[in-house]
Design a binder for this molecule. Structure first.
Ligand SMILES: Nc1ncnc2c1ncn2[C@@H]1O[C@H](COP(=O)(O)OP(=O)(O)O)[C@@H](O)[C@H]1O
Ligand SMILES: [Mg+2]
Length: 444
């Protein structure tokens, strides 16, 4: 949300154990409480009158400091699973531990002061100001007034709202996106190690939604909370989740893995359908230019003789040359047919598209499609040339991803068919041995 991290608050709730990532990020000057591990151990929830439990034997580890997204169809048990973490719903059987402690051993009210909870629309109290909404949990924890006020300002800045302007407003005086931001601030108020969010950005328009997602990721980069986010939107799950749990009916895990692995290798047809047929494009959003073998460019310096540039292009078997300035930074990308006169000039205002290797491939494609350039010049952080990535290379990369996915699917189908055939054969043998006579087909 803002680029400045929240001011550390040294006297918040008891320090929780942190994982390596958590302590590394907190070392950067912030002493925010980082996330703790959450474990579901054979958890069942049966609502009255249900034949099959809403959540049927769920076992799962959510690593400390990570974002796990629960994604699945409506009614699959996502919300029920989430609410069992803060005991808004009590499991029928099984146990949930947070930071190694069984939640059944904790007072539910106290537990909920240590777990932020954000739901759709922010669910702010309409009769309370923004400041009072954020202060709810700190007041329950008897924080001193000065500390609460400081925390409110800190959090509003963190979620990108100017405290002076927004503190005293009422929820109805805010846009949907702003209400949602205040909801996130309220969830983080007492610096809990765990933040639960249920369809948090479901009520805002797609552009605001994308911005809120980006801001949440920026906040998480400094805070390293353990976050569990329920969504029915696979794109949101992929964007936000370090890991994604694809849930089938009754809280069954269809697949629980990183987005990369789920997209590249869906566990079954259900997951493949759910992540969608355009999974190659989704994979592009997870890969950067670092995964592309860059092509080597022909290079020339501005002011070099044209004949030398032509020779270099021939030598590199290229139709284009990258023109470098005195500091070896690319300033133009010229077709050899445009090399005229005696010396090479970079054309003013014609700088090629310059990208660093951390740019995701979907952004590269978007950039190239809208620019009409047939490639991009890739540079390092100092602006020096690394190589060229062409439009053809990226589209070939998409085709490769698709081909690999098709191969994996075909291989899975083959394995499944073989297993079916083996099972059938075994059945026939068993039937024969049991003295039930020859199986039908064999008797023909
Ligand atoms: N309070 C409740 N009482 C009875 N049944 C419920 C209750 N809450 C949810 N259910 C049922 O449990 C199942 C899982 O619901 P839920 O956890 O809300 O799914 P999701 O969040 O994935 O849409 C559904 O069949 C739903 O109808
Ligand atoms: Mg739900």
């Amino acid at each position: 949300m803002s680029s400045e991290p929240a001011t550390p608050d040294n006297s918040t709730t008891a320090r929780q154990s942190t994982d390596a990532r958590g302590s590394a990020s907190t070392a950067a000057g912030s002493s925010e409480t980082s996330g703790v591990e959450i474990v579901f151990n054979d958890v069942v929830k049966s609502y009255p009158g249900q034949d099959i439990p809403a959540v049927d034997h769920l076992s799962l580890t959510i690593p400390a400091g990570e974002i796990v997204t629960f994604v699945g169809l409506s009614g699959s048990g996502k919300t029920t699973s989430l609410k069992m973490i803060n005991r808004l719903i009590e499991p029928t059987s099984g146990a949930i531990t947070i930071g190694g402690r069984d939640t059944r051993d904790l007072n539910p009210d106290k537990l909920r002061t240590q777990i932020g909870y954000v739901i759709q629309g922010g669910s702010l109290f309409p009769h309370m100001t923004v400041a009072d909404n954020i202060a709810v949990v700190p007041r329950l924890l008897n924080w001193k007034k000065g500390r609460i006020n400081k925390r409110i300002d800190e959090l509003l800045k963190l979620v990108g709202l100017d405290p002076a302007e927004y503190r005293e407003r009422y929820p109805k005086e805010l846009s949907g996106g702003q209400q949602q931001r205040v909801g996130v601030a309220r969830g983080l108020a007492a610096d809990p190690p765990v933040l639960l969010m249920d369809e948090p950005f479901g009520a805002v328009d797609p552009i605001t939604r994308a911005r809120l997602q980006d801001e949440l990721l920026a906040v998480q980069a400094t805070l390293r909370k353990t976050m569990v986010i329920v969504t029915h939107d696979i794109d949101e799950a992929i964007k936000l989740g370090d890991r994604i749990l694809v849930m089938k009916d009754h809280g069954h895990i269809a697949q629980y893995d990183t987005a990369e692995r789920i997209l590249a290798n869906p566990a079954d047809e259900f997951v493949a359908d759910f992540v969608g047929r355009d999974s190659a494009l989704k994979q592009l959003s997870l890969q950067t230019l670092a995964s592309i073998q860059l092509e080597q460019a022909a290079t020339v310096h501005a002011g070099d003789p044209v004949h030398a540039a032509l020779q270099e292009a021939r030598h590199q078997k290229r139709d284009q040359v990258v023109v470098l300035d005195d500091n070896d930074r690319p300033v133009d990308w010229l077709w050899t047919t445009n090399l005229r006169g005696k010396v090479v000039h970079a054309r003013p205002g014609r700088q090629p598209i310059l990208l660093t290797r951390d740019v995701t491939l979907d952004t590269v494609l978007d950039t190239l499609v809208t620019s009409m350039h047939e490639g991009a010049v890739v540079i390092d952080d100092a602006g020096h040339l690394l190589g060229i990535a062409t439009f053809d290379q990226i589209t070939q990369h998409v085709r490769d991803i698709n081909a690999r996915a098709a191969k994996t699917r075909a291989e899975k189908e083959r394995v499944a068919e073989e297993a079916d055939a083996r099972a059938e054969a075994a059945e026939k043998v068993a039937a024969a041995q049991a003295g039930h006579g020859e199986p039908e087909e064999a008797s023909k």
